[in-house]
Structure formats: structure tokens, C-alpha cells
Design a protein around this ligand. Sequence first.
Ligand SMILES: *Cc1c(COP(=O)(O)O)cnc(C)c1O
Length: 349
Amino acid sequence: MKSWVSKAINIINADYQRSADTHLIKLEQIAFRDIDIYLKDESTHPTGSLKHRLARSLFLYALCNGKIVEGTTVVEASSGSTAVSEAYFAKMIGVPFVAVMPKSTAQSKIALIERYGGQCHFVDCPTQMHSEATKVAHELNGYFMDQFLFAERATDWRGNNNIAESIFEQMKAEPHPIPHTVVMSAGTGGTSATIGRYIRYKGLASQLVVVDPEFSVFFDSFKNNDHTLTATRGSRIEGIGRPKVEASFQHDVIDDMIAVPDAASIATMHWLNNTLGIKAGPSTGTNLWGALSIAEQMKQRGEMGSIVTLMCDSGERYSETYYNAGWVEKTIGSFAEYTTKLEAIGAPA
Ligand SMILES: *Cc1c(COP(=O)(O)O)cnc(C)c1O
């Protein structure tokens, strides 16, 4: 058993060794004097999103904890990118993978999971995912990865080229190498936890601002210090915003939060594509809207500096949804008011 485990760990480490870091793109075209905005492009991982980092960490964590041995079926509750990335690593080390997901999950995501040999197990409603995944793992004598519980602790927050270390290293030669602010949204909360802890550990002057979409309880729970809040419906921005305060969401490492209207997220996502030619997913729209709001405030105060935010995944995954005008009109409504605001900020001189 032990030798199988060390081989599996080696396989994942070798894959990491062959991988390149993701780019930190400077958004040169955004016309703020003395305020530079950067986008850490997490869409270029082999499985297309920042969940590639999480899946690698969760697999290593489970292997090193003795939770995954030869033949262990790995189970996850995820309708999205986490299941895609975990299916990739499960296939790589040769263990079965089951994603427990709502019936409504997009066919394209199901196809990606199945391409990596994963199996999809459906529930009627998203709220059933967690308990069903626990049950499926029990029945198969498998292991429930539980991203919302373990995301914050599976990542090496002090370094090991985690996302924070990578960002701060890549900023080193910039005019303002220590960002004024790092902006990130929260799904599991794992990424913001890593960034916030790293900032403190290194004694950096940067602040961490977390942006939150509508129908998510993270913002209110942060402002009112109430971790028991729940919402009756899910977020409309895929990958971020939760109807309950997840265990991995770490309030105390966050300096401030901004609630971003969904129409602003969508407007920013389209604006980024139309004016800068970067086609990102909707959570990147939320992140960038937050970064631009902070830039606006800095400008009014006459401050200089840099702001870093994340491109969490590519827009290619969303051609049927967020890049489909009919779907957006029906699901989110008009976002023209925010496009007008963006055009006022961003136009190159
Ligand atoms: C998971 C996810 C996020 C949020 O990252 P967490 O580390 O889980 O908080 C943002 N955008 C997308 C597309 C995601 O899949």
C-alpha cells in the first residue's frame, strides 16, 4: 500500500515539475495614471481553472493523510471546475472518481469529467450534494474530498509556489511591486485564505479585499460577523458566492469585502473581452469590477500603486450561458448601465 501511495505522490509531483507557472498579465490599456492593474491568469492550467491548484493540493493532502490508497474511489460534491480538475488527477494516479452534482449541470462539464474517466452521480437539488456525497463515499468505501471543508488547509499557505507566492514573485520588477490591494472572490474561500495568510506571514503592506456576488452570504456574514447566515437560492455567478458560510472561508484574514451586483460582473466580463480581448469567465468579471472600484477610490484620494486580481477561468466554458445574449437577458437582465460606467474608466487615450 505504502509503495502505491509514494508512487502516486511522485506522479503528481512529476506532473507539477513539468508544469509552467501561470502568467501575470498587466492590463496596460486601462487608463489610470499611476495605478496599475494586473490579472493573474489561472485559465492556462491543464484543466482550465484555478481549481487545478486546489485539486492537486487536495489529492496530495489526502494521499499524505492515508485517506487515498490503491483502489480508493474518490468522491466530490461539485457541479463545476473542482470536479473537472479532480477527475484529471484521479485518472493520473489511477483511482476511480465520482462527482456528485445537480441534474442541471451543463452537459459540457459532464463531458469534461467523463473525458477524464470520472463518473457523474446526479441529485435533484444542489442542497442535497453534500449529504449525497457523504453517502456515496460510505457505500463505495471511498473517500469524500469535501472541497468546502478542506480547501483552506490543503494548500501550503507559507509558500511552495502557492498562488500568493507566485503573484508576489511575479510582481517583483514592477513599478509598484507590493500591491496596494489583492482582490479575489470566494467559492470555497480557499484562495482568499491562502492570499490573506501569506500577506500576514510575509509582513506585506497589501490589503486583501474579497468581492461577493448577489445571493451569497459571505458579504453579510463578514460585515455582521455572523457565520450562521443562509440564503434560499444559489449564486448566479458560477464558481463563487455560497448560500452558507463554508468552513474554508476565513473571515479574519480579509481586510474588507465589496458586494458586486451580478449585472456589474457580467458587464465587466464582456468589457474585458470587447476592449482588451481577454475572454474570461463571470467570476473574473466580479474580481475586475472590484479592482476597478478600488482603483477609482485610489484615484480620488490621489494614491499610486498596483492592484492584482485573478482570472479564474476562461470564457470558452460559457458560450451557451454568460456569452449568450438571450441567456444573460433571461438570467441576469440588462447590464448596460454598468457598461457605460466601464467605458468611462477604461478607454485608452
Ligand atoms: C472556485 C472558483 C472561484 C473561487 O475560488 P475559491 O478558492 O474556491 O474561493 C472563483 N472562480 C471560479 C471560476 C472558480 O471555479
